[in-house]
Ligand binder design. Structure first.
Ligand SMILES: Cc1cc2nc3c(=O)[nH]c(=O)nc-3n(C[C@H](O)[C@H](O)[C@H](O)COP(=O)(O)OP(=O)(O)OC[C@H]3O[C@@H](n4cnc5c(N)ncnc54)[C@H](O)[C@@H]3O)c2cc1C
Length: 288
């Protein structure tokens, strides 16, 4: 195995572009190293991205948006008070990942690029409208999170492309987000269903919404019908029922020992309602 520690994304990209066989980027390693040690995936080339300048930084930009380096860990996100004030759902989604030890290593880009349909931070990022800056041999491009996973273990990133920054929109006024997942145990398990909701209010009325579902299809889903069910409402019972119906209708889950198709479909609706209520309360300024 070849191991590289580049000091720029251009170098990381060039190394990945010319590598043959299996290439992996090493961020926190909580997927890569587990897969390596259990003989699931043995990379021919491992490219550690943690020596690149700025990868550990959390920056609030002048317009209120956030730029996170790709080695920022879940623990660092949780310990950042302003980020959690703006995007509590996103931070909580990341905080659900693994144990304290895993939290000290796991990253948003790693969670996304591992390609699990059940990745916890991904529905929250999609709901929040997060984009990734991607660096390749031809320069950089900005890609919406929902356009990166293409199936279990697969992404739309081309050979030689590396995620070089995480871009989180400005929170703006009267907005709130939430992420909830169902797991069979209290922690250290994989989501059977995950739901991210992000919305904005004008008075009591929802004017913008993004609703995303995880673990109920081969990739995370951004469900426009869910957003349409609640936009224009005050999240009354009729809107909540319509939201739940739209969430359940969007599901195309697998049937396995951790959740049947019927169960996952039902739970998606239940969690969508609960997450929407939390996001709504947060948008009203309640400290949940
Ligand atoms: C005990 C345990 C519990 C876990 N619990 C959960 C859980 O509850 N929920 C959950 O969602 N996940 C869970 N995970 C999985 C894992 O912790 C997360 O997916 C984590 O976010 C991966 O991030 P990482 O930085 O460690 O990625 P790494 O392992 O470093 O990389 C993962 C993948 O992403 C790619 N990659 C990393 N960075 C980049 C980049 N900048 N550009 C392009 N590709 C990149 C790598 O090539 C690799 O394919 C758990 C893992 C363990 C070991």
């Amino acid at each position: 195995m070849e191991f590289h520690s580049p000091t720029s994304f251009a170098e990381a990209s060039a190394l990945a572009a010319k590598a043959t066989g299996i290439t992996r980027f090493l961020a926190g390693g909580t997927d890569v190293l587990v897969q390596l040690r259990s003989d699931l995936v043995t990379p021919d080339t491992l490219i550690d991205i943690k020596k690149i300048d700025g990868v550990g930084k959390i920056t609030c930009n002048a317009d209120g948006s956030w730029t996170l380096g790709v080695a920022v860990t879940g623990a660092e996100m949780s310990e950042h008070p302003e980020l959690g004030r703006d995007w509590p759902g996103l931070v909580e989604a990341m905080d659900l990942i693994g144990s304290t030890q895993v939290q000290g290593r796991a990253t948003l880009a790693g969670n996304l690029c591992n390609g699990s349909p059940a990745a916890d931070s991904v529905p929250a990022m999609v709901a929040a409208g997060v984009t990734m800056t991607v660096t390749g041999e031809d320069g950089t491009r900005e890609v919406a999170v929902e356009d990166i996973p293409t199936g279990p273990g697969k992404t739309s990133l081309a050979k030689g492309e590396v995620v070089s920054a995480v871009n989180i929109p400005a929170r703006g006024d009267n907005g709130g987000d939430a992420y909830l997942r169902f797991i069979p145990r209290t922690e250290m398990d994989i989501a059977v269903v995950g739901v991210g909701v992000n919305l904005r209010l004008d008075g009591d009325t929802i004017t913008e919404a993004r609703v995303s579902l995880g673990a109920v299809a081969p990739t995370v889903l951004l469900v426009d019908a869910c957003a349409e069910a609640i936009i224009g409402s005050t999240l009354d019972d009729a809107a909540l029922d319509a939201l739940a119906a739209a969430a359940s209708a969007a599901c195309n889950p697998i049937d396995d020992k951790r959740g049947t198709i019927t169960f996952r479909t039902e739970v998606a609706g239940v969690l969508a309602k609960r997450a929407a209520k939390i996001a709504y309360a947060r948008a009203k300024g309640e400290d949940l």
